[in-house]
Every structure is written in C-alpha cells, then in structure tokens.
Write a protein that binds this ligand. Structure first.
Ligand SMILES: [Zn+2]
Length: 293
C-alpha cells in the first residue's frame, strides 16, 4: 500500500498509475489516514483492523467499518472511484479544465452526473484565503454576461453579474490573482474581498471610481489613477479577457449562481500554473479533507 505520491501532468503515466478501483481506494486511504491519524467516527477509538470494503478500517471497539471515501467529496459518488480520480486529474491538470459536457463525452457518464461532480471539484478549488496578494496589486471590476441568453438589449444589465478582480503585478510579468462576484461596485462590497485577498501593505492601484475611496483608510498605499480606457491596467485587462474568453469558450451554461465556482476554478489553476507537478494532489487533498458546509 505504501506507494509514492503521483506527481506531474502526464496522462499516460497517470493511466499507468491508476488502473483499477483498488489503486484509487488505496491512494485515498493513504492520504486520508496519513501519519496514523485514524480515529473512529463513532466512538473515537484509535484501534482498527481491516474492514470488509476496499481499504476500509474496522474499529475494533465498536465495529464501525469506515470506507476511505466517508467524509470526503467522494462519498456517495455515483460512479467508480477510479473514474472520479481520472476526472479530478483532467479538470485540475488541463490548462483550461473541462466542462461537464466534455467530461460526459470522454468518460461516458451523464452530463448532469459530471456537472454535480464538477461542482464538488470546484468547491475544493475555492481559495483558502491564506495567501493574500502583496506588492503591487491592480484591482478593477467587470461584468460577466449569462451566455446562454446573451442578447444585447435594455434588460441585459440584469442578466449580468459584477465581478471584482485583483492581480499582482511583478517586475517581470504577473503573479497571482483572485476574483469574486459582488452585488454592486460599492466599498461595502469591495471590503470583504480586499480583506480576504489583499495584504494591507500592498501597493494597490484602482481606477478613479469613488467606490474605492473609503478603503484608503485601511489600505494606506492604495492609489487611484485614470483607467485610460484600460491602457493603464493592461495586465489586468488581459487577465479579465482571459476569464471571459474561458467562460465563453467552454462553459456555455454558466448561470448566475454558479459563476463564483467557475471563478474559483479558473484562479485555482491560474495561481498554480508554476506548480503543475503537484496540482492533482493538492486538488485531491482538498477533496479529501473538505469541510462540509
Ligand atoms: Zn468505533
């Protein structure tokens, strides 16, 4: 059962590594109960023997047989765990991820089934909010339409969602970024986003929109400058175009209430673009140790 962690983004190696359901259960169990952290969910005893299900642990005190999937995002999964692992691998390692329609075609599952599972992956891809943006940070907001009924017109504003986005500007290139759906471009809506994702000492630049003004009190290095039709925020506008292009390109049915999940997914991969070797394990771990809402 002691196997090395799988690293990398190579599908052929991944297919070799995970060939059977057993391979996935064993891997899941090894991570879930790493460093001997088994505690019976029923009686808190730490003594166990092998259970009846693949790689499950049977509490010797109360007899509760716990499958590795219990308490993880894989619990009650409607298809084999091996398939679930392959989906997590594809969604996390492919540069643009995969839509539920693409997953459905590739894995022979119903689109709705893929969509539900994809939601679980997206939940795991939600930021831990532990690594705030620092240094030079550009902030702006933009609209995202609902592409399934994207008719330009008088009512289109109500079908659009406002998103605030922040991007680190490095000496060479760009760093990490985060985005969040907001109700309005007001300081009240901006503040929680700033609190969660931007360091108080960051050198923040926004356009001259007054909604950012009240934040200067808590973010002393925040400056405002004219947008110049986006020219003064070139990197940020490229980033926004990338988000919009990605959503339009493969996620035709991104509805209002699910937009945040897609923004989280986009930025999870984006912020780990230099660490692709471990992205599968990072995603998997988050799905295993996910805290249920
Ligand atoms: Zn027990």
């Amino acid at each position: 059962m002691k196997r090395e962690l799988f690293t990398g983004v190579n599908s052929i190696l991944f297919n070799k590594y995970f060939q059977t359901n057993e391979d996935s259960y064993s891997y899941l169990a090894a991570i879930k109960w790493e460093n001997n952290n088994y505690v019976c969910k029923r009686c808190s005893s730490i003594d166990y023997c092998s259970g009846k299900q693949p790689f499950s642990r049977l509490c010797v005190k109360c007899g509760y047989d716990e499958s590795p999937t219990v308490g993880t995002a894989f619990e009650k999964c409607k298809f084999p765990l091996l398939l679930a692992f392959h989906i997590v691998f594809k969604v996390s390692t492919k540069k643009k991820g995969m839509s539920s329609i693409e997953l459905s075609n590739e894995f022979g599952l119903r689109q709705k089934t893929c969509w539900s599972f994809k939601q679980k992956i997206q939940q795991a891809m939600c930021s831990s909010k532990l690594h705030k943006l620092s240094g030079e940070v550009h902030v702006d907001e933009f609209y995202i339409g609902q592409y399934e009924e994207n008719k330009e017109g008088r009512n289109s504003a109500s079908k659009k969602r406002l998103v605030v986005v922040a991007l680190e500007i490095l000496e060479k290139g760009v760093g990490r970024a985060y985005a969040q759906v907001i109700e309005s471009a007001s300081a009240k809506e901006f503040r929680p986003f700033f609190e969660d994702f931007i360091d108080h000492d960051a050198k923040i630049t926004t356009d001259e929109w007054r909604g950012y003004l009240p934040l200067k009190k808590d973010y002393p290095f925040l400056i405002q400058k004219p947008s110049g039709k986006g020219l003064n925020f070139k990197e940020l506008h490229i980033h926004i175009m990338n988000i919009q292009g990605w959503l339009r390109g493969i996620h035709h049915h991104c509805s209002k209430e699910h937009l945040q999940g897609y923004l989280d997914e986009f930025h999870f991969r984006y912020n780990r673009r230099a660490f692709m070797e471990t992205i599968f394990n990072v995603t998997l771990r988050k799905m295993i140790f996910i805290t249920k809402k």
